[in-house]
Ligand binder design. Sequence first.
Ligand code: NAD
Length: 443
Amino acid sequence: MIFKNDINYRKETLVKLLNCVQNHEQEIIKALYDDFKKPAFESVATETSFILAELKYTIKNIHNWAKPKMVLPSIFNFPSTDYIYKEPYGKVLIIAPWNYPYQLALSPLIAAVAAGNQVVLKPSELTPNTSRIISKIISETFDKNHVTCIEGGVDVAQELLTQRWDYIFFTGSVPVGKIVAKAAATHLTPVTLELGGKSPCIVDESANIQLAAKRIVWGKFLNAGQTCIAPDYLMVHQNVKEKLIENLKLEITNGYGENPEISPDFARIVNEKNWNRLAAMLENETILLGGKASIEDCYIAPSLVDEPSLDSLVMQNEIFGPILPIISYKTEEDLDKIISKYEKPLSLYIFSENKSFAKRIVQNYSFGGGCINDTLIHFTNKRLPFGGVGHSGIGAYHGKFSFAIFSHRKAVVKKGNWLDLPTRYAPYNGKLETIKRLLKWFS
Ligand code: NAD
């Protein structure tokens, strides 16, 4: 039996959630600041306003998305009317990360509820203040049997993964994504995996360098680089490298001042473990700007690293912090050697005025999504599916795609009884030629 398969009920709870998150907006912003000094501007722009928009859009469209869709019938079934029903999977587990701890927990939750599922959400233990307010919002809005928030760390996530779920939605790192996929396989549970990886950013010699620098600095240093779709490393045509570096330095200083450590607009690294990982990436590298790292405050300066080796720490793994390696290239073969060294990325960015170059890159490489002449903004259009491919993830969400991933599409044919052609029934004697002719006509 499907739990509360009533669209009005789902809509009412989403309206209740909308009111609740609006009432708690200041607490959410404060929690994000307490967790890693996330600036209020960034919290509103990338967390709370995103969730408000997603909620309003879902509330507006839920009836349309949920109703059975009639499709053209097959002539072979004549007379029939054919439908796709959107069926909730049932019990859904959502495991969320810490980097956009509010948005990445609530966004899949809204869709899972809209699609009619029961939900258990486990937010990240690394942002405890935000997890606490999420838990409070959920307990104020939902019946416990409908949606529950379970706070806790790896042990809690592991325990949850031993149970049987009808769907698992996971956002986090590639290694943990594999653990989730293995656990899901035990019960053949379908999954969405929103993972990470090294997202390249290419600056061609035809690019508008000044604008490219501004948009790269914004996309890279927002949230102190702790963004799954941030440009991970930069590949710049050798003829424009110096000009780009000059502009990158200028934009960093314009945005965060001579000393970003005292800028109110620059977040901190989430914890010491991640700080240590990032500080190690800066060792033995040629630093063009930044490079300062102080553990007391988990601060790492916006840093530009010149021509690291592909075997260096900074080029081996996803950076996930405010460090931008810059590698020059001469030919498209050079580009190919670097991009092809890594797994399919979550994002790819191209800065170029050369349309055929940009088109070739988009068509020749597999990646989750991306932009030409900007960074990150593909994430913000709810009409675009957001997700990875290969090691950067399985499945895509946002807007109507979110509703779709949390719904099983059930195909139902309603056959008319006023006509019953005898051709398909045994005995088949003498019917072979007729069926061959019919199949030829109608296929
Ligand atoms: P993480 O994989 O360490 O943790 C994510 C969640 O999994 C947390 O709730 C954590 O408690 C749980 N978890 C951790 N270890 C576990 C284990 N062994 N077994 C079961 N559960 C476990 O990721 P993170 O550090 O929170 O986030 C950073 C990573 O997430 C980066 O790789 C980033 O690219 C990726 N990310 C991807 C997206 C996306 O939309 N594709 C968004 C944000 C972050």
